[in-house]
Design a protein. Structure first.
Length: 361
């Protein structure tokens, strides 16, 4: 088996069912023009690290963090992802990081975060992304407890559009969850964190993802493909509608056992049509899983839960968002958690030999 990389989720445990059983910078927010010019800013311009004023930490990870950055020449805000090279190497994540950068450079979709620039020095790798100021869908879901059917339907439709786009380019995402979905200033979704994404023609065997969202074939090391994203979508729809994932335990290995046993509890309030969609996505046999059969994403789009949707309107961002983030200004970070400065700027330099792996970054 290839190297394993599994993420823990933020919460300690999900809320339990009740008795009776429920952007920052003006950047690409729709279909961008071929000129890459919006609000008078040419986003193909050359960025330089010294032109970026680093401000608040927006998020942290195993070997990096995302920092709000103000571009001094234009006064625009961006999200700068900074990865410590020595940690990337130590954790054997070089290929994942290189793949992330290559994929972000290649993709362009209304519901996928946009990368403007990437570079490196002797200590860090840098990826400059659009700043999505609304914060994580995870936060809104935790505050609400669960979403109503129309809200869950709205978010699911935008995710389906993004997955359809990625799969059409032979890209499997592999880390779908509320923490990796951001709301822009108008309330539309942006898929972010492509650290586990991979361009794939056949199958791969790497154990990676978040335990509650792993498909059975990943756990069983049978080799997996884009079908894992449709399984994860089923988990996500369940979590949005019910408030917690269908397979949960404090111990990841017990989560894996529950996933393989495939026993799902259904609260009485669950919408029957949404339940039908979830069941068809959470099929153990990936060859029979909705989204992974002959018609691909079209089978998902044609499901009766989406019968009132015009998919062209979805892609054009014409649907009204159920939640519009509250913002005071374009660099507002109030929708993100606060993080203490952990001294991340003190990372040591790496050798010229190590840098060879990132010379084209």
């Amino acid at each position: 088996m290839a190297s394993a990389k599994v993420k823990e989720r933020k919460r300690a445990r999900p809320p339990q069912p009740t008795t009776g059983r429920e952007n920052g910078v003006a950047t690409p927010t729709g279909n961008m023009s071929d000129s890459d010019v919006e609000d008078g800013v040419d986003y193909k311009q050359k960025f330089k690290l010294h032109d970026l004023e680093l401000k608040t930490i927006l998020g942290t990870g195993t070997f990096g963090r995302v920092v709000l950055a103000r571009h001094k020449p234009t006064k625009k805000y961006f999200a700068l992802k900074i990865l410590t090279i020595s940690e990337v190497q130590r954790l054997k994540q070089t290929e994942h990081v290189r793949s992330e950068k290559a994929i972000l450079k290649a993709v362009r979709h209304p519901f996928i975060v946009y990368m403007f620039w990437a570079d490196h020095d002797e200590r860090y790798l840098y990826m400059l992304l659009e700043y999505i100021c609304g914060g994580e869908l995870f936060s809104y879901l935790r505050n609400a407890g669960r979403f109503n059917v129309s809200s869950a339907n709205f978010y699911t439709a935008e995710i389906v559009s993004a997955l359809d786009y990625l799969h059409g380019r032979s890209i499997v995402y592999r880390d779908l969850k509320p923490e990796n979905l951001l709301l822009d200033r108008e309330g539309h979704l942006k898929l972010t964190d492509f650290g586990f994404a991979k361009t794939l023609e056949d199958r791969t065997w790497t154990l990676c993802g978040t335990p509650e969202y792993l498909a059975p074939e990943i756990i069983q090391a049978k080799g997996h493909n884009r079908a894992v994203d449709w399984w994860a979508l089923g988990i996500l729809v369940y979590e949005m509608l019910i408030g917690y994932p269908p397979f949960y335990d404090e111990n990841p290995f017990t989560i894996y056992e529950k996933i393989l046993n495939a026993k799902i509890e259904w609260p009485k309030h669950v919408d029957p049509v949404a339940k039908d969609l979830i069941r068809k996505l959470l099929v153990q046999d990936r060859t029979k899983r909705l989204g992974n059969m002959r018609n691909g994403a079209d089978d998902v789009k044609k499901h009766k839960w989406f019968r009132t949707l015009n998919w062209d309107d979805v892609l054009a961002r014409k649907l009204k968002a159920p939640i519009v983030p509250k913002l005071d200004h374009s660099g507002d970070t109030s929708n993100f958690d606060e993080y203490a400065d952990d001294g991340w700027r003190k990372a040591g330099t790496v050798s010229a030999e190590v840098l060879k792996d990132f010379q084209d970054f």
